[in-house]
Design a protein around this ligand. Structure first.
Ligand SMILES: [Zn+2]
Ligand SMILES: [Zn+2]
Length: 224
């Protein structure tokens, strides 16, 4: 894929998805217009909050400490994710990673970066995991450590009859690895698009059950 990307980079320079100028996939001065900042809200009920926390009435429903969402769900946010996922654009990965790094609290240098895996280990042999690429780039940009902590199991998610059944099945979506590294550590989970947040919750409860001290998430955009 990388060779192909380089090949296309030589013969077809990127044009900005926002202003159409040649140069990069999204010019620095177009970023804020193309990707308007998402204000701090409770991700469960959308109430305005501080520091991207859940609101007091939703707090008991979530284990995720902060859910940072970088951008409103604009057509440009969608386009960047599309370029990354389906056109294997390394430049899209770099832009998304650089924007996500900026959502993290500057003082919190010890946060351990990990990703919500998008593909099962079986699928990975045939393709790339783009959230892993984003997380690795974030690690490089922010000098925070990256560790792979979650593996998506091949088991299909099924809806059971009771809430307890459903929760048990959700928790089987992931298994953990490298527990010795993340035990007692504050973790930041990286994902590209969030919809209901069920995946982030599932990943969080799996990591906390395995010994993580706290889990927050940073997501590029939230699909409505
Ligand atoms: Zn531009
Ligand atoms: Zn709420």
């Amino acid at each position: 894929m990388r060779l192909l990307e380089q090949f296309f980079g030589v013969i077809a320079p990127n044009t900005c998805i926002f202003c159409d100028q040649e140069g990069s996939l999204l010019c620095k001065w177009c970023i804020d217009d193309a990707l308007p900042y998402q204000t701090s809200r409770c991700y469960l009920c959308n109430a305005l909050t501080k520091d991207y926390k859940s609101c007091p009435s939703c707090r008991h429903k979530t284990q995720v400490k902060h859910v940072y969402i970088r951008s409103e769900y604009t057509s440009y946010a969608k386009e960047l994710v599309h370029r990354m996922k389906f056109k294997y654009s390394i430049e899209a990965v770099k832009i998304i990673a650089s924007e996500l790094v900026q959502t993290l609290p500057i003082s919190d240098r010890e946060l351990l970066i990990t990703n919500v895996p998008t593909v099962t280990s079986h699928q990975r042999s045939r393709g790339i995991d783009h959230t892993k690429k984003i997380a690795q780039e974030m690690s490089r940009l922010s000098s925070r450590k990256y560790v792979e902590t979650l593996v998506r199991t091949d088991q299909a998610r099924q809806v059971g009859s009771s809430r307890k059944d459903r929760l048990t099945q959700l928790n089987r979506v992931f298994r953990v690895k490298n527990t010795d590294i993340f035990k007692g550590v504050d973790i930041i989970l990286v994902d590209d698009i969030m919809t209901t947040g069920a995946t982030i919750e599932s990943a969080t409860s799996t990591l906390k059950f395995a010994g993580a001290k706290s889990v927050s998430a940073t997501v590029f955009s939230r699909a409505k």
